[in-house]
Design a protein around this ligand. Sequence first.
Ligand code: NAP
Ligand code: NAG
Ligand code: NAG
Length: 320
Amino acid sequence: MLNNMKPFISIFSCTNWYLKYVGIPVTVGIAVYVLLNQICTKRRRAALQGKVVLITGASSGIGEALAHAFYDQGSKVVLAARRLNELERVKQDLQSKKLPIKTHEPVILVLDLADLDTIDNFVQKVYELCGNIDILINNGGVSHRGSILHSKMEVFKQIMFINYFGSVGLTKAVLPKMVERKSGHIVFVSSVQGLIAIPDRAAYAASKHAMQAFGDSLRAEMKQHQINVTVVSPGYIKTAVSLNALNESGGSHGVMDKSTASGFTAEYLAERMLNSIVNKENELIVSQFIPNLAIFLRHFTPYVYFWFMGKRAMNTKLQN
Ligand SMILES: NC(=O)c1ccc[n+]([C@@H]2O[C@H](COP(=O)([O-])OP(=O)(O)OC[C@H]3O[C@@H](n4cnc5c(N)ncnc54)[C@H](OP(=O)(O)O)[C@@H]3O)[C@@H](O)[C@H]2O)c1
Ligand SMILES: *[C@@H]1O[C@H](CO)[C@@H](O)[C@H](O)[C@H]1NC(C)=O
Ligand SMILES: *[C@@H]1O[C@H](CO)[C@@H](O)[C@H](O)[C@H]1NC(C)=O
């Protein structure tokens, strides 16, 4: 009987040995790392006190959530978008909060990212009001719904101007002073669609791919100037993005997509972004399983990805 048990006993003592010399040290190591990381992140977040953070697209969704996240840390937030009344609402919401730390009055300024000629004056105004800019968050943007065949050329231009050229213009306008001060941080809110492209979003995916590429070049060039660059690629986030997306003729899509409605909250993304920014990470992807899988397939088995996308385009065509 005991003889029969022998192999099992030796397996047990083997797992015992494994636990003692590998399992426990690795687990403790990971736990210590996670804890230290959390302590460091908390301390770095505290350093946001008094920092000037310029956020575009702050009148709604992700930009609005970012405004709250940075304001809560005591940053001086500068909120930009086209709709002044919405910016006023966000400012009021911020100022009605009771926070245990010193806060700074938010600055609100109208900005149309597509109007490139106004960007230099806009940045000048921010310098007059706040002295300098520590963090620029290029977040303002619009999406696209429609086929390449039927979307007007104007739609492609408009989306490229707002999402890409607007962010390039703003970044170029704030860089000289950041380089001079040898400090600053530029953040881009790209998208999973800056990494993969799907049918019926061509104008949007192209603008975000451009943004991703610009961010990567910028990061390399800015290393010598001690300026950090973070490119954020969110998956589905529950905002008005699909309502505001441009359709084939350039009007508002006006539909709350199911995928968007069931996405992460903007507040969750803003928290993840805040941590990523204070830790000066190069990239952050905050996405669901399917978009993550799609990024993997596009990279490692492009043929499979193209097959799925072809299917997807056929299916939406049947629905229309
Ligand atoms: N929600 C998602 O699932 C998702 C996923 C990945 C990436 N993103 C990106 O996240 C960013 C924010 O979008 P969101 O989801 O928060 O959507 P949203 O609620 O529609 O917010 C878009 C923001 O961009 C601003 N904006 C639009 N056109 C502008 C222009 N011409 N000039 C200046 N500001 C402009 C809007 O303000 P005004 O209308 O007042 O100008 C608004 O504040 C976008 O770049 C979007 O591409 C979103
Ligand atoms: C961010 O900038 C600091 C200061 O120049 C630099 O030491 C650090 O390596 C940068 N971080 C990344 C991820 O490039
Ligand atoms: C685009 O949106 C506008 C306004 O929302 C609407 O009038 C128009 O019919 C839409 N066009 C298409 C092709 O869906």
